[in-house]
Design a protein around this ligand. Structure first.
Ligand code: CTP
Ligand code: MG
Length: 335
């Protein structure tokens, strides 16, 4: 089938593949950037520990899940054991401490959906968001990072998809399009579904890692170094996978009745989740199940206007992969 696709659709598949790989390489953050992130984290740990000696800081999001491109901001979670703390008070106190240590643009956003303190470190030039006790995000960050350790094609695909989504303006949750986190889950799910599969379903395997966060049991197989030849029977290259990904979301996915689920490694039905009708602001027009907060549909931000934008963008991307003479330029053209 792969060969057939190469012959029928694109005779320039090798060139295309090399181009995608070089875009991927150019997006990887250089080592010195990682070192600067560590440096900032160490400074923050020092400041936080003076006030809350028992507290711990965790990196989460793209700086820790291995899907971060160069020059990203970093996401930090301040874990304070006590569940009864007043988050707003802690955030305001934290903002005070950071401000007096010459960190810049310090701002406590206590009314946001996820309340945070924002800051910019003038020494490293890195911006940072700090949230409180959001440990599920720390655990789902580990799940994503572990998936990335199994087959390099996941990281390649997700970098290309995130780069596309940012270039095309469809990575804006406040405008009804999807988060980076949602796009990475879509990539994982897609690679779980390839025949032969490129990724396994870690939550469906014997649990070697298990924690309980906010009364939710999060358990999965995390010895991924033992899975590094899992995808070897599938020889698809990044250009084919990018094409397949967009083709699936343009023409293959059943938006009326399906939910994609990384947790089960399969497609499940909206009926089963009771996601068939609008409840409050959740419209379930594109359904992406959170792997641990299984009542969360990461597509809930999508409304009747933005679903159209999204689906047109998927179709545009699929058609470019099929027909355009120079997909690597066309795909990422600013909207
Ligand atoms: N997150 C979450 N639930 C969501 C959105 C985000 O738990 N609905 C958590 C995830 O741990 C995710 C992190 O918040 O890794 C950051 O989310 P996001 O900004 O979407 O992703 P990044 O990977 O940081 O992407 P970017 O490079 O665009 O910053
Ligand atoms: Mg982020």
């Amino acid at each position: 089938r792969n060969l057939k696709w190469q012959m029928e659709c694109r005779s320039d598949i090798y060139r295309l593949n090399a181009q995608f790989l070089s875009i991927y390489e150019s997006l990887i953050p250089p080592e010195e950037e990682k070192a600067k992130q560590k440096q900032l984290l160490t400074l923050l740990e020092k400041l936080v520990c003076k006030e809350w000696p028992e507290a711990r800081l965790y990196l989460y999001g793209s700086c820790a899940n291995s899907f971060g491109v160069s020059k990203s901001d970093i996401d930090v979670c301040l874990a304070i054991g006590d569940a009864d703390i007043n988050k707003s008070e802690v955030l305001l106190k934290l903002a005070d401490i950071l401000q007096s240590d010459n960190l810049q643009n310090v701002q406590a956003l206590t009314r946001a959906r996820v309340p945070i303190v924002k800051l910019m470190d003038p020494v490293t030039g890195i911006s940072c968001d700090i949230c409180i006790n959001n440990l599920l995000a720390v655990v789902n960050t580990k799940l994503l990072r572990d998936y990335a350790g199994i087959d390099v094609r996941l990281r390649q695909l997700a970098f290309i998809v995130k780069h596309w989504a940012k270039s095309r303006g469809v990575n804006e949750t406040y405008q009804g399009t999807l988060s980076s986190y949602a796009y990475v889950l879509m990539c994982i799910h897609f690679l779980q579904q390839r025949k032969p599969a490129i990724l396994p379903c870690l939550q469906g395997m014997r649990a070697t890692y298990s924690v309980t966060v906010d009364d939710k049991k999060c358990a999965f197989f995390d010895q991924v170094e033992n899975l590094c030849d899992f995808g070897n029977r599938n020889r698809e290259t990044i250009a084919q996978l990018v094409w397949g990904f967009f083709n699936y979301w343009a023409y293959g996915h059943d938006y009326t009745s399906s939910v994609i689920s990384v947790r089960t490694g399969s497609v499940i039905s909206k009926l089963e989740k009771d996601w068939t009708r609008r409840v409050g602001n959740d419209r379930h027009l594109i359904c992406i199940e959170d792997p641990f907060e299984t009542s969360h549909d990461l597509g809930r931000v999508v409304d009747k206007f933005s679903i159209k934008v999204l689906r047109e963008e998927f179709e545009r991307a699929a058609d470019i992969m099929h027909f355009a003479p120079n997909p690597c330029v066309k795909l990422f053209e600013p909207y």
